[in-house]
Design a protein around this ligand. Structure first.
Ligand code: ZN
Length: 80
């Protein structure tokens, strides 16, 4: 699992963070990775959000890619 470090315009689509939370790298952007959802949408997530969703997917035995779509639709409904 490789996350991109110091990517220009990096932004986690879940927590909306753009800055690296690590105190040694505050001037860098947040490390993110683009995931493709089941419906083919591109979702950019930071490491901690990815870990959370992955753990949730495993616990609920739901495909991680389906979770991305579900969450995207919820965010859209709530206009977040
Ligand atoms: Zn995040």
């Amino acid at each position: 699992m490789t996350f991109k470090y110091n990517k220009i315009n990096a932004k986690c689509m879940w927590c909306k963070r753009t800055q690296n939370p690590h105190p040694d790298f505050l001037k860098e952007t947040i490390p993110t990775k683009i995931f493709e959802s089941k419906k083919g949408r591109m979702v950019e997530l930071c490491f901690s959000c990815f870990e959370q969703e992955k753990a949730f997917a495993e616990k609920q035995k739901i495909d991680f890619k389906i979770i991305l779509d579900t969450k995207l639709e919820v965010l859209k409904l709530l206009k977040l």
